[in-house]
Ligand binder design. Structure first.
Ligand SMILES: Cc1ncc(COP(=O)(O)O)c(C=O)c1O
Ligand SMILES: N[C@@H](CCOP(=O)(O)O)C(=O)O
Length: 450
């Protein structure tokens, strides 16, 4: 529920629970919700009764259109796409968000409390969070998105919910600005207390926890732990790939974790130079990855340095003060031992969408295309799984330009583009955003108690 620790740091588990090889083998062919329960239970402990957790997990994954929840599609001899976009808002964020909303509602109900949920989005987290929390009796949700920098489908998923507890806010700035506003709210102790603040970005550990599951289901269906499997992950805020790293720490024998970035390539540059240095964000056809401050990299620094909290603190302070820091040599070597990285610029991403359609008849969304392009450059002796993070119909213009095909939205989205939009626009200013949120969450609280 806390989202961010009170000193501004990110939570990680005190110890990594271990899943034995025999148990991983046993995941083969099991329903997604069952595997999810096995992975989540060690983190949840006895905080939530087993039956309640089971019910919430089953309900969360019943919202997916595909019975496998996260099916694998073979795209080459040893190449697969893990389709994570069969949830309500057509992006991988649904996998964690559908569960997170249920977990939060459950806890709020038990404590007889209300919460103010905030989130920053470059396009997908916002829609997924709004879908999952819309109509909640216990939570008011405020999503900050960068004005003019999300796709029209993504924007409408956020602005047309109609639910009274949902507030979509366009911010004059980038995703990094929205994320900095969210972190600013968490670091403002008075505001945090007064609004009972909670967060839904992947800085919230529960998001990562739920995303660990599909690494296990995918690897087990491809023969883990007896087969070498690598994952390529289209990366922005580093949450999705950090979930893969977590799976590995829990005993899943992942060969390589490959970071795939678009031209906002801070992570690729960091791996090659050892210097984490922000530069301006450029708008691309994969807008959800237009990110420079990659929050979960902080978690990796902590783990790869042998949990050197002082070094992480110094690095984060230097990032805030001077826009960068140097990764210590031994930490960098530890990161390079597990991760590789590559980038795809706009031309290469468009070409990947086009050529992939003509050779395999499979239509990639621009984010997954970044992944597939980089995965092909990192093919090794084992199997490569690229995470398919969004449905191509969320980005019809970019996909049409690249391939000549206009992907159709599924029937669940019929009429979306004609619905009335409701959102406010605010400047990139912490005080103004806090005042906006405080006013509305106060009104909701007095409405709820009246
Ligand atoms: C479609 C899509 N692909 C990839 C990413 C990158 O994921 P992460 O931020 O967890 O690295 C995002 C958003 O973050 C996304 O929405
Ligand atoms: N790409 C994300 C950015 C936020 O990432 P999160 O996983 O930390 O919530 C988006 O689409 O909003």
């Amino acid at each position: 529920m806390a989202g961010l620790a009170s000193d501004g740091g990110l939570y990680v588990p005190r110890v990594w629970p271990k899943i034995a090889e025999a148990e991983i083998r046993g995941f083969y062919g099991r329903p997604y919700a069952e595997v999810a329960l096995s992975i989540l239970t060690p983190f949840v402990g006895d905080e939530i009764a087993e039956n309640d957790l089971r019910r919430m997990v089953e309900e969360a994954y019943a919202t997916f259109r595909h019975p496998a929840v996260a099916p694998l599609v073979q795209i080459g001899a040893a190449d697969f796409v893990l389709e994570l976009f069969h949830g309500p808002t057509l992006a991988f964020k649904d996998v964690a968000m559908q569960l997170l909303a249920r977990l939060m509602d459950h806890v709020l109900l038990q404590r007889d409390e209300r919460a103010t949920i905030v989130g920053a989005t470059s396009g997908d987290t916002g829609g997924a969070a709004i879908d999952a929390f819309a109509g909640s009796e216990r939570a008011d949700i405020f999503i900050l998105f960068p004005k003019g920098r999300v796709s029209p489908v993504q924007q409408r998923q956020m602005t047309t919910s109609g639910a009274r507890n949902v507030h979509a806010v366009a911010v004059d700035g980038t995703f990094d600005d929205c994320q900095a506003l969210v972190k600013g709210m968490f670091n403002d102790a008075r505001f945090r207390r007064a609004t009972a603040l909670s967060g839904v970005n992947s800085i919230n550990w529960a998001r990562i926890m739920a995303q660990i599951v599909y690494y296990f289901t995918a690897a087990a269906s491809l023969g883990a732990p007896d087969r070498r499997i690598s994952f390529t992950v289209p990366t922005g805020n580093f949450g999705d790939i950090f979930a893969g790293y977590a799976a590995k720490r829990m005993g899943l024998p992942i060969d390589r974790l490959v970071i795939a970035t678009n031209s906002n390539d801070i992570l690729e540059r960091t791996l090659s130079s050892g210097r984490y240095e922000t530069s301006g964000v450029s708008a691309t056809m994969s807008p959800s990855m237009d990110i420079q401050v990659s929050s979960n990299f902080e978690r990796l620094l902590f783990e790869a340095s042998g949990r050197d909290a002082e070094m992480v603190k110094r690095s984060m302070a230097s990032l805030t003060q001077s826009g960068g820091f140097t990764v210590p040599e031994d930490t960098l070597s530890a990161i390079r031992a597990e991760f590789s990285a590559g980038r795809s610029d706009e031309a290469a991403t468009a070409e990947t969408i086009r050529s992939f359609l003509s050779t395999t008849a499979y239509l990639l969304d621009p984010h997954t295309a970044v992944g597939v392009k980089v995965a092909r450059e990192h093919a090794g002796p084992g199997v490569m799984v690229t995470l398919g993070t969004a449905h191509p119909a969320k980005f019809p213009e970019a996909v049409r330009k690249a391939s000549g095909l206009s992907p159709e939205l599924p029937p669940s989205h019929t009429g979306l583009m004609e619905k009335h939009e409701r959102f406010d626009t605010l400047p990139n200013d912490l005080r103004q955003v806090e005042n906006y949120i405080a006013e509305r969450s106060r009104a909701a609280r007095s409405g709820a108690s009246a």
